[in-house]
Design a protein around this ligand. Structure first.
Ligand code: CA
Length: 223
């Protein structure tokens, strides 16, 4: 049985193109353009994954996502026309599994759909081969080598590694690292991440664990 993908998209032409690409990739694809009917449809048909547009007639993607999360853990990929929206969405912690910014290539969407499905079918994906995090002394060992991290770098790595594949915005990471709400410049996170990546690269040159997601933030992913 092939996995069924629900495409919630009010631009009919775009929905049609996506459906074509997904079918070519071996999925079943169904399109809905009216936000008001989505939650009921999902309850009844239990799709394998949902591509959910943010701006929809009838009911918006935000509300739909919340409604669906109340009864289902089905993977949801949110699509939005504004990259600035993604940072805000991440902060709302809606429980979407990924975010894609328009305009996107249908090929990219198919790749992201496959990646999310792979991830949810292997929930016990190990953080990384040979990564040991010792919280008691903020020590991270990768492939037998001490990464020699600062406390902030350790916390960033530990936080990101706890949810492989999940994307975090800069603000979320700052809230996590500086819970006392000290005023910290936005780019501070970037410079910590940069140093962290350098240290990881020293221990493991051909494996990138911390990935930047353009315009959005960072995620941890290995392999
Ligand atoms: Ca739309």
């Amino acid at each position: 049985m092939s996995e069924s993908i629900l495409i919630v998209e009010d631009e009919e032409k775009l929905a049609g193109v996506l459906a074509d690409y997904l079918r070519q990739a071996g999925f079943d694809a169904v399109c809905l353009g009216d936000g008001a009917v989505v939650t009921g449809w999902v309850r009844e048909h239990k799709p394998g994954l949902i591509l959910l547009d943010l701006m929809l007639p009838g009911k918006g993607g935000l509300d739909i996502c919340k409604e669906i999360r109340a009864f289902s853990a089905v993977p949801i990929i949110m699509t939005t026309a504004r990259v600035e929206e993604i940072d805000r969405l991440l902060g709302l912690e809606l429980g979407a599994d990924d975010y894609i910014c328009k305009p996107f290539s249908p090929r990219e969407v198919v790749a992201r759909v496959k990646a999310v499905l792979r991830r949810v079918s292997n929930p016990v994906a190990v953080p990384a081969a040979g990564l040991i995090l010792d919280e008691s002394c903020y020590r991270a060992i990768l492939k037998g080598l001490d990464l020699d991290l600062t406390a902030v770098e350790f916390k960033l790595l530990q936080f990101l590694a706890a949810s492989p594949g999940r994307i975090y915005g800069r603000q979320q990471l700052m809230d996590r690292i500086y819970p006392d709400q000290r005023v910290v410049a936005d780019r501070t996170i970037d410079s910590h991440i940069k140093k962290l990546r350098k240290k990881i690269a020293l221990a493991s040159p051909d494996e990138e664990l911390i990935h930047s997601v353009y315009g959005v933030g960072y995620k941890y992913e290995c392999g």
